[in-house]
Write a protein that binds this ligand. Structure first.
Ligand code: 15L
Length: 271
């Protein structure tokens, strides 16, 4: 049966704020958790303000839910210590709470930055498969590799099913030429998270998360196998963005790889 009650971690963040509104129409009752206060319209959802390091609060937060959509964590490059605490230890705390409370399904917000140093396809090159070797481009990307491996461990050892979604850029509109390739529209994001929460899959499944972009760099087939049918394509924004910014220059280290400017030291933002 499709899960009904879902804990959304990182509910005050960028993707969390979008999904708070977009997921309930799929039939979910959301419980919202964030270390920052969740502001704005919460649609009557229960709100929990807690750090992932607060194990007692986290256990209480996951108690009784059918699934967790784990978006919490630092979403850009930061110091190793901060990434260690928020993303690596935080995700471990989450999985421990999930194990202790008997939750069966997690959807983990991984990132394209887990494979960010993979050269981006050009011309007729094939799309990047989900099995491409991991090449994190930052400590941030490395923490997403850790999260994927942690999910695999908890699947093998404890029978907890996870879908790890290597997200591209989930914003209302693409704002850079790179995003024409990696954009995930919020509506497609909700479609994909719904598929990941409800698909009849066991173990650990890894998928890329984006819309059906004309300029797509990666293979969405594992996402489609969950029942995800993207409807949006960033190409509608291409003419304006390319006119403003020009096409990506593959000789530029900030444009040569999937991870874009995350692959430069120090990472340039925005990119
Ligand atoms: C990410 O992982 C970031 O969280 C997000 O802010 C975007 O930068 C995205 O990747 C991207 O690659 O554009």
């Amino acid at each position: 049966p499709a899960p009904r009650t879902v804990l959304l971690t990182g509910a005050a963040g960028g993707v969390g704020t979008l999904m708070r509104d977009l997921l309930p129409p799929y039939g979910y009752d959301l419980r919202l958790l964030d270390v920052k206060p969740v502001t704005g319209d919460t649609g009557g959802a229960e709100v929990i303000t807690a750090d992932l390091a607060d194990r007692a609060a986290l256990r209480e937060a996951v108690r009784g839910v059918d699934a967790v959509l784990h978006l919490a964590g630092i979403s850009l490059e930061s110091t190793f210590d901060k990434i260690l605490r928020a993303n690596i230890e935080g995700t471990h705390h989450l999985y421990e709470a999930v194990r202790e409370e008997g939750v069966r399904r997690v959807v983990f917000a991984s990132s394209n930055h887990a494979v960010g140093f993979t050269p981006r396809p050009q011309g007729d090159d094939p799309l990047i498969p989900i099995t491409t070797p991991r090449r994190p481009d930052t400590f941030y990307g490395l923490s997403k590799c850790f999260g994927e491996d942690l999910a695999q461990l908890y699947a093998d050892l404890h029978g907890i099913d996870t879908v790890s979604v290597r997200l591209g850029s989930c914003f209302p509109e693409p704002t850079t030429v790179r995003m024409l390739s990696v954009w995930m529209s919020p509506a497609d994001g909700a479609r994909l998270f719904h598929a990941a929460l409800s698909a009849d899959v066991t173990g650990h499944t890894v998928v890329y998360g984006s819309s059906a972009n004309t300029r797509l760099w990666w293979d969405l087939s594992t996402a489609r196998a969950l029942g995800y049918e993207p409807r949006d394509d960033s190409e509608a924004f291409a003419a304006r963005l390319v006119a403003e910014q020009g096409e990506l220059d593959p000789a530029d280290p900030a444009h040569a790889n999937l991870g874009g400017a995350f692959c430069t030291t120090p990472p340039i933002w925005p990119h």
